[in-house]
Design a protein around this ligand. Sequence first.
Ligand code: TRP
Length: 356
Amino acid sequence: MQPATQDSRASPSAIASKRLLTGIRPTGPLHLGHYAGALENWVKLQHEYDCYFLIADYQVSDYAHDLSRVRNAVWEVALDWLAVGLDPASGSFVIESLVPEHAELMAWLAWLLPMGMLERNPTLKAEIEAIESPDDATTKRKSAPVAFYIYPVMQIANILLPRAHLVPVGEDQLPHIELARQAARRFNRRFKPIFPEPAALLGRVPRLVGIDGSAKMSKSRGNTIDLRDSARTVARKVRGMNAGPPREANEPGNVQANPVFAYLDAFDRDAAQVRDLKERYERTGVGNKELKDRLTAVLDELLEPMRERRARFESNLPLVREALEHGTNRARTIARETMEMVRDALDLDYLGKHRA
Ligand code: TRP
């Protein structure tokens, strides 16, 4: 850890008064859904708040049997973050399990949340159901690991540990943020008021459809365009994209039924052109090739600067390590401070001098 005096961010005037925490599970490369729903927003927010960007490796869920993959993904996520323009001199990149105070705080918070509250959490319910009663007959049913009940509490600990005010997340995470607010209120009321009630912040595109047209872009469905995809791969994926029901080029179509438009809405900066295209599509028809060529160009414009930044960091991995190390150390400093406040609030100083 660098001494605070050498760290410009540690000077009080340089630190925004409000803290922001958000996280991602390290399960593989990040995709356009992550970008539109979260990363793009983080890049904007990084200069306005004291930001903690967490790589939540305690919450690896279905990858716990394959930790080498998680190890790899920790670096991949960091590279993706650097590629989109997160600046480790502005926000801290934090590896969750290297700040074990997360687990420590979680153990206390677990007493504040009744099981029923977790069981009613729709996000968690869906995840557990997918394991215990998979809808396709070939997937084996299993009993969900205990960790599925632990991880929402871990996520709450992630948020409360830096005493975060703001938590930018995707729509599916809102139930977890609500739990974090409850936990903060309960702790503050019962013990001492040390936790701000964290507020959720939604991204511009809360959910991006997959290239197959299914509801959500997700790695497990194999329907992603990844931030690290080459121009050729992106062009190929866009060519193969679901573009709604079959239709002749000069046949009017329904914008809502064509996922290519969802992507243009999400990524094309020229909103007037997109409006025009939609209008033409519904009036006289526009060939899917024209739409897809436009989308390919739009995505290239978005992804090319990311490719350049990624290449720079890939050829200088010590810089990536430094970002992770420095951010994690910074998170530990505030984590220790919070845990002291928590121990004081709970009056855990069993062996303190005044006890004997
Ligand atoms: N559970 C989140 C997800 O699956 C990732 C996450 C972990 C997170 N810890 C967090 C998000 C804390 C916000 C705050 O996307």
